[in-house]
Design a binder for this molecule. Structure first.
Ligand SMILES: Cc1cc2nc3c(=O)[nH]c(=O)nc-3n(C[C@H](O)[C@H](O)[C@H](O)COP(=O)(O)OP(=O)(O)OC[C@H]3O[C@@H](n4cnc5c(N)ncnc54)[C@H](O)[C@@H]3O)c2cc1C
Length: 267
């Protein structure tokens, strides 16, 4: 009979060390809302390390020109947070689009990110977020995701000193009411004096679509004016970046073209 046990490490270092010793027999747990989706009715034989009480993973604060968000923050707290609303409104928009209130009260930012498919990921990647590890060091979130080696996430950091001028977040589902996402897309970019885009960062995630940046799309949009949209080059770039999901590539191209015309333009 499989048995699930739960432990409550008191520091990030203890949690990381215990996780390393347990190997595949252990997993960090935040709200447990994504973990249990894979259990097919029967919880597996696992030791769950509850990381929601770790002191270093709490709180949302401005520090060193950046916004630091603890990995243990519940998505509903993140959604309502004034600092997030002011400095990272795209993240508020993503949280608005995630599940229903009871799930958001349980689900954590760390769990949404580490799951690999969460709706916060396109926004965090498009805004160039960094992942803070147990030793306090930060690395690009993209690198943290690619390693996928069971490293404990303590916090996410965003550089908010210079807000991007052009941004959007769009979640495409199956119907008008809440539905599991097909694809979520976020974009951030600067705009020069001729209104051409630069520093374009675009990322996506979705059901069955692991979060990622879209490098070809970013290249295709560099130097483009909002009024020009992306045209055939954008469609081609989406097809390359999302080669394994041609239908989603077409959705992505249509959303990016449409949203660039109506994106949020900073002053
Ligand atoms: C009904 C329902 C609707 C949902 N709708 C959405 C939706 O619209 N959008 C969406 O994005 N998601 C959705 N989800 C999926 C899920 O609820 C969220 O992604 C949630 O944010 C996961 O967070 P959690 O804390 O519950 O993660 P958990 O289930 O606790 O963990 C998820 C993964 O992250 C790892 N992990 C957790 N914390 C850390 C940490 N600090 N460091 C490293 N690894 C960690 C765990 O080991 C596990 O692999 C839905 C789930 C349900 C049940």
């Amino acid at each position: 009979m499989p048995m699930t046990t739960v432990e409550f490490p008191t520091s990030g270092a203890d949690a990381q060390a215990r996780r390393s010793r347990l190997g595949s027999q252990g997993a960090f747990v935040g709200g447990g809302t994504a973990l249990q989706l894979a259990w097919d009715g029967t919880p597996p034989s696992l030791t769950l390390l509850d990381v929601t009480q770790l002191p270093a993973a709490q709180g949302i604060a401005l520090a060193d020109g950046g916004l630091r968000m603890g990995a243990a923050m519940r998505l509903e707290a993140l959604r309502r947070d004034a600092l997030v609303g002011q400095h990272a409104p795209l993240l508020t928009a993503a949280c608005n689009a995630i599940a229903a209130l009871p799930v958001r009260h349980l689900a954590t930012l760390g769990g949404n990110v580490a799951w690999g498919f969460g709706d916060t990921l396109p926004v965090l990647l498009a805004l160039g977020a960094c992942a803070e590890n147990v030793d306090g060091r930060c690395e690009p979130l993209q690198d943290w995701l690619e390693r996928a080696d069971g490293t404990l996430l303590i916090a996410l950091r965003l550089d908010v000193a210079v807000p991007p001028r052009v941004t959007f977040f769009e979640k495409v589902g199956h119907r008008a009411a809440f539905s599991p996402s097909r694809i979520s897309i976020a974009l951030s970019a600067g705009q020069d004096a001729q209104e051409r885009l630069y520093g374009v960062q675009v990322a996506v995630a979705g059901a069955g679509l692991r979060a990622r940046r879209l490098p070809q799309v970013e290249q295709a949009l560099a130097g483009v004016r909002l009024t020009d949209g992306g045209g055939p080059r954008l469609r081609q770039a989406c097809a390359i970046d999302l080669a394994q999901a041609p239908a989603l590539a077409r959705v992505a191209a249509a959303v990016i073209t449409g949203r660039l015309k109506g994106a949020d333009h900073g002053e």
